[in-house]
Design a protein. Structure first.
Length: 94
């Protein structure tokens, strides 16, 4: 999962991960950049358009991370390269 992955350093991180064979969830605010990246990389990525500073988006990203771990057993890489972002990860029930 790369937050801020549609531009700059984040985009470079996405490209490097895909080159290594990873499937990547890309989070970015700009739908045009997100669509262009999705067109370029196809099924190697899943794009989430949203502002990571928005509480609703934060909650959705936390749930998405938990679902990734539940389905594959692991979230191997998380990069936050967007500015002004803090994330409180939800924990699964005990």
């Amino acid at each position: 999962m790369v937050v801020g992955g549609t531009d700059g350093l984040g985009r470079s991180a996405v490209l490097a991960c895909v080159r290594e064979g990873a499937r990547v969830v890309v989070v970015g605010r700009d739908p045009t950049k997100a669509s262009a990246l999705e067109t370029e990389l196809g099924s190697s990525i899943r794009v989430v358009v949203g502002d990571a500073t928005d509480p609703a988006t934060k909650g959705m990203l936390g749930r998405l991370a938990l679902n990734l771990v539940a389905s594959s057993g692991v979230l191997r890489f998380f990069a936050h390269v967007a500015t002004s972002y803090t994330m409180a990860m939800a924990r699964p029930p005990s």
